[in-house]
Write a protein that binds this ligand. Sequence first.
Ligand code: ADP
Length: 423
Amino acid sequence: MTAYERSRILFKFADLIDEHNDELAALESWDNGKPFEQSAKEEVPLLSRTIRYYAGWADKIHGLIVPGDGAHHVQVLREPIGVVGQVIPWNFPLVMFAWKVGPALACGNTVVLKPAEQTPLTALYAAALLHEAGLPDGVLNVVSGFGPTAGSALAGHMEVDKIAFTGSTGAGKIIQELAAKSNLKSVTLELGGKSPFIVMDDANVDQAVELAHSALFHNQGQCCCAGSRTFVHERVYDEFVEKAKARALKRVVGDPFKQGVEQGPQIDEEQFSKILEYITSGIDSGATLVAGGARAGNKGFYIQPTVFSDVKDEMTIAQEEIFGPVQTILKFKNLNEVIQRANASPYGLAAGVFTNNLNTANTLMRALRVGTVWINCYNLLDAAIPFGGYKMSGIGREKGMDSLNSYLQVKAVITPLENHAWL
Ligand code: ADP
């Protein structure tokens, strides 16, 4: 298929997504439990936006002619990798679908995609829309199933040329091992995080509280890039904790299909129980529980928006990914100290910085070993912005131009010239 045909199919797909916005959003909220308003107003629009971004790239990917050192003509071709396996998680099923399928198809690959076992519906629906948009049979194959069986089968398959994975760091290691043991397929991984959100003393505390709140609690706290270590300068710490508590207590938890609800249930019983265990661990290790701390209601996997203050770096709740509505607030004294503490994590996915001081912002931006730094904002995930992790948060980048490289092979072609006159 020509690049232009691929581009047209992706643009048509994006239009069909928009036409089916509310059906996709309803399926997403049924599967995942996230507020319908968020699915309908943020996630489905982000799906079509990202697909359009890559539709635009499809016919702009091309090779180069480069200078050789002798009498030869050198071309560099950019080719699709071939069959791509993609394994995606349950926290943002449609957004993950876009980040994976968009660049893979724009570059001319075929795909076998495995959605998470908790949330298979929207990938199947989106695949049907892609088919309606004109994608030939067999180009995108959605295989629903469990991780250790269906997911691992893809990672270890001899005829899969690349595997792209988003999920936990533990599963990411298994994927990389399977890739190495089979055909050394190329691997991109987008894994966990324990991202710092740093509030300096020059900050407007009300704004910082609101931003830190959404950086952590968005999507029931189930974001790989959640701002899950809230570092607050000692001069504004007490005020911040009081206000963070008040904001958490105001958070509207309930039926995801009810208007105005900010927080639905956690994805499943396993995650629900794990989060409650982390809350117990926080209390046992001596952190101060200032809000929440228990199940919300007595039906469904709802958890009260929970805030801990007086959190110390060595506590489990400050080190491990909780993946739930639990904010941990840590106190710091100065910039150098917070840089060291923020970087003292095996993860390096993202960071938030809240300050009005340009020098502080620039210093933090350079010093933090993470793939994304949001300054005075958080969770902006536009299609053109590359996303991925340093350290144990992953390998490679998704979105933006950077994602294209991981779906392309590079072929050098060298042919002789009669003599140097034709260089
Ligand atoms: P989470 O802890 O967020 O559920 P997982 O890493 O377990 O993250 O799941 C993310 C995706 O990875 C899902 O599609 C899941 O089925 C898949 N997965 C989990 N374990 C494995 C595995 N051993 N091999 C391949 N895929 C896996």
